[in-house]
Design a protein around this ligand. Structure first.
Ligand code: DON
Length: 310
C-alpha cells in the first residue's frame, strides 16, 4: 500500500538511521580520481511524487556527480531526436558484463547491448553530438528544465578527471567507429559523454527531474510532454533489465523497480504511477552500485509496497 507522503518524511529519516552502520561499506570510485575526493559517509534520500510533493532526509539537497544516471536523460533526448532508427544502432538487452566492458562489443560488431552501459551511452552521445548544433548546452538545458533549476552545473574537476583518465571509454568509442557505428569525431563525442557524466545534482533535483518516467512521459509539474508514453515505457523497461548493470536481475528479484545507478553513488528508481526515489551514498559494491543507496531504495519500496511486479 502506498502511504501518505507526510508520514514518509519521518520514515526516510528512520531508514537512514537503520543504515548508519553500513555508511562506509563498499568503496568510493577512484578510477576517476576526482570522485575519490567525496566523503564516504554522506547519505541522502528523496522521494518525489507525481502529485507534486517532494520529501527528503539526510544530504538530499547536496549536489553529487550524477555519472551514469545521465544516461537516462541522454537516452530520452536521442529517442526524441531520431526515433526508432536509434534501435538499429544499439540494442535493448542486458549485457551480463561490467558497465565498461569492451569484450562483447567486438563480438557484436560495434553494436552496444543497451543504451545504459558505457558503450551504449557513448553511442547515444554520438547521436546527440551529430544531431544538435550544441549538444552539451542542449543537454544541460534539458536537465535544468526538468529539474526546474537553472543553477545545475557541470563539475569541471570531474570533467577534467574523466577526460584524463577515460582511455577505456575512448577505446569503446574507437572500436564502434571502426565498425561504422559512430558518425561524429571521437573527441567531440567523448567530450559530450564526459560532460553529461560530470553534471552535479542533488537527490531532490534528480527525483523531480525524472517524474515524467513515472507519469507516461508527461512532467506532472509543468504538464509538458517530455517523451511519448511508449518511450517512457521503453526507458523503464531498459532500466528494469539493465539499469543496475550485472546486478539488474537481483535488483528486480528483490526490489522490483526500474532503476539506474551512477559511480558517484546515486541511484534513481522509478515507480510508475507514483513517483521517483533517489538515494545517494558514495561507497560502491563490485558492480559499481551504491551499497547503502540500494539498501535504501529496497527499504522504501518494501515499506510502501512499490514493486511493479506485485
Ligand atoms: O564512464 C564512466 O565510467 C563514468 N563516467 C560513468 C560510469 C558509471 O557511472 C557507471 N555506473 N554505475
Amino acid at each position: 500500500m502506498k502511504k501518505d507522503i507526510v508520514d514518509l518524511q519521518d520514515k526516510l529519516q528512520a531508514l537512514l538511521l537503520i543504515q548508519q552502520d553500513n555508511y562506509t561499506q563498499g568503496k568510493v570510485a577512484d578510477y576517476i580520481p576526482a570522485l575519490a575526493n567525496v566523503k564516504p559517509d554522506l547519505v541522502g534520500i528523496s522521494v518525489a511524487t507525481i502529485d507534486g510533493k517532494v520529501v527528503g532526509a539526510g544530504e538530499y539537497q547536496r549536489s553529487f556527480s550524477i555519472q551514469s544516471i545521465s544516461k537516462v536523460f541522454g537516452l530520452v533526448m536521442a529517442m526524441n531526436r531520431i526515433g526508432d532508427s536509434l534501435w538499429q544502432r544499439v540494442r535493448m538487452e542486458p549485457s551480463g558484463q561490467p558497465f565498461n566492458s569492451i569484450i562483447q562489443l567486438e563480438w557484436e560488431k560495434g553494436i552496444p547491448r543497451n543504451p545504459v552501459i558505457n558503450a551504449g551511452a557513448i553511442l547515444v552521445s554520438d547521436v546527440l553530438t551529430s544531431h544538435f548544433s550544441a549538444s552539451k548546452l542542449a543537454f544541460i538545458t534539458f536537465v535544468r528544465k526538468l529539474a526546474g533549476n537553472d543553477n545545475i552545473r557541470v563539475d569541471n574537476d570531474v570533467y577534467q578527471s574523466e577526460l584524463t583518465h577515460g582511455n577505456g571509454n575512448a577505446a569503446l568509442a574507437y572500436l564502434m567507429k571502426s565498425f561504422g557505428n559512430i558518425e561524429a569525431e571521437i573527441p567531440e563525442v567523448l567530450s559530450h559523454y564526459f560532460t553529461q557524466c560530470s553534471i552535479a545534482m542533488s537527490c531532490q533535483q534528480l527525483a523531480k527531474s525524472l517524474l515524467f518516467l513515472a507519469n507516461k512521459g508527461v512532467d506532472p509539474i509543468t504538464q509538458k510532454t517530455i517523451c511519448t508514453a511508449r518511450d517512457a515505457h521503453r526507458v523503464n523497461a531498459i532500466l528494469s533489465t539493465s539499469g543496475m548493470y550485472d546486478q539488474s536481475g537481483e535488483f528486480a528479484f528483490s526490489v522490483g523497480l526500474p532503476a539506474k545507478s551512477g559511480v558517484g553513488g546515486g541511484v534513481i528508481a522509478v515507480v510508475p504511477g507514483y513517483g521517483v526515489i533517489c538515494t545517494w551514498s558514495p561507497p560502491l559494491n563490485s558492480f559499481g552500485n551504491s551499497v547503502v543507496g540500494m539498501n535504501l531504495v529496497a527499504s522504501v519500496a518494501e515499506e510502501l509496497g512499490l514493486s511493479i511486479y506485485h
